[in-house]
Design a protein around this ligand. Sequence first.
Ligand code: DGJ
Length: 745
Amino acid sequence: MPIYFNKTTKEFHLQSKGISYIFKVLENNQLGHLYYGSKISHRESFSHLFKLQQRAGLACVFEGDQKFSLENIKQEFPSYGTTDYREPAFHILQENGSRTTHFEYSSHAIYAGKPELKGLPATYVEQPEEATTLEISLYDQWLNAEIKLYYTIFEEMNVLARSAEYINHGTQKLQLNRALSASVDFPDANYEMLHLSGAWSRERHIKKRKLEPGIHSITSTRGTSSSQQNPFLALKRPDTTETQGEVYGFSLVYSGNFLAQVEVDHYDVSRISMGIHPFDFSWLLEPGESFQTPEVTFVYSNTGLNGMSQTFHQLYKKRLVKGEWRDKVRPVLINNWEATYFDFNEESILTIAKSAKELGVELFVLDDGWFGKRDDDTTSLGDWFVDKEKLPNGITGLANKITEMGLAFGLWFEPEMVSKISKLYEEHPDWIIHTVGRHQSHGRNQYVLDFSRAEVVDYIFESMSAVLREAPISYVKWDMNRYMTEIGSYTLPAERQSEVAHRYMLGVYDLYHRLTTAFPHVLFESCASGGCRFDPGMLHYAPQTWTSDDTDAIERLKIQYGTSVVYPLSSIGAHVSAVPNHQVRRTTSLDTRGNVAYFGVFGYELNVDEMTEEEKDTVKKQIAFYKDTRELILHGTFYRLRSPFDGDGNVTSWMVVSEDKTEALVGYYQVLARVNPGFRSLRLEGLNQECEYHIEGMEGTYYGDELMNVGLQLNNEFSGASPLFPEEQYGDFTSQIFKLNAVQR
Ligand code: DGJ
């Protein structure tokens, strides 16, 4: 029984194979939090965990009582306006100007399975017995309004998913000024907050900070989840490492403006709050209307950060990504962006495709520049009609020729955007996100279409569908290249203008839903100037994401390492590109570029036709190797071994182990060469202790326990004594791949 309710004490105990989450109905009928962490035995009452203390200066709820103060109590879904001064989960403006509410426990239901979140991406179950849901109804009598709290516990996976729904049953209009998805109070503050932070082309670097009294928050108010901060945070104990110790992860399944925050109070209680950012947000609830928040997934691990990441990977791979590509290995692709940019025609594309096919590539992706009159980034977004000057036979003609070669064909769109130089803008200048009468800022010469309007979404759906229906297209790269400014909509009434950013997201999700439903065989890859919208919301519809516009192998070490904290390798688009690299002008070997890109959804982003025969030969081998290994890479268990964020960051290492532990692939990367260092070894993870492994290219066999405890003995580095040193071990930006196979005896 994964969810217990004790009628006498009014306590809820949500229990999975590895976690317990316990809370209760308080004396004032609000909810108080008791425990979240490693699984503990169920008992009749956990009331002893609830503590009150008379303290000087407390504001108290009940007359004659000096102890019952919400300031003193760990809460489950805190409200504003009573005896708690920390940040609440919600804030509701009423017609009389009041913001005070009193939502009391009124009822609950426990059932197998998990309800869908209307209009929003979310985790799901395939069989009802995979998860159990607790639905709690909180009711404010005076407002005649309800808050439903949803808690779904995935028993096997050790995941808790939470969301909230705000419902107006009354006759007055209510304005939600803050409507977060989840809140939880931890009893102490001895944690570091870990989050993923960055910028364009430097996405998701791991950042840690020690908690101190006050508020630590990460946010986006850019209209998308952003590359600046990812909608994720974790609380880890100071001594937690990749392989041991406690960590709590929180991931918001949403792609728009968000708030993820820890507030440490004066009693060392740490409050996590997560949801849509309340800044510049409000939502009008007319009588009879409801508002559904996005979902937050909670993951607890006492086996370090790798344990947390593995749970997120499992959950997101299996029960967040939707559609037929979820469980399939992904095709090795080649994308023409860095090969041609806007300068291509049918002939040059076919030349690249032909060479790529010969090397073993499976999918050709035609990137930006095929439509309207798009020879640079100043025009044509929104006009999804082929440019016949570049492609005289249309997309269909080109796609037919490419599929006849035996390659699948994929196409780039940027559905949410319009250029002012376009037919679409000429016809519908008010279809952009803007504030009427105000200056309109651009980003990359383009404007954001107002997806809060159904007719805009309908139009884009129709124009994209026309292309997808006509040509043999099996992959779509869905790009999004600017953040929002002057947020407003032409059609919404004044009182709903602060709803635009969220309504926009609902429009994006609607378009994704409609396209993935209408074209179920198409593989979608999401992209936003690379990884500026790499989040669980996008993953629900698009199983893979273009991780970063930075394709340099060394920059990618940090980007992919950080991304893997939450997101599975099957979602991490990783391509080999030309050198000197187009973003940082660094030159790395083809081997190192391949060795980094293997740990993700592998592809190429260069003109293979311009490569030397020797390079082509290497590419051929790389593709053959990836095809042989991709089942393991995409479906195996991933472990981070050495962090580029630790120490001088010179070494990065990671590995992936097959479910049955008979195969593993290890990547080891060194940024700068060191002269005459000590002997080095690398402790592996996740192997079968008793199993003997053979490592391709090495003599003999090694037991799993030796590789995990003593470590894999790495090659000596240059010491000056021997001039005959293997070439690949010299110099900067070197890497090694170790393929382990269990020996069958
Ligand atoms: C940004 C993407 O990240 C690139 O891969 C490429 O598709 C360009 N946009 C095209 O404009």
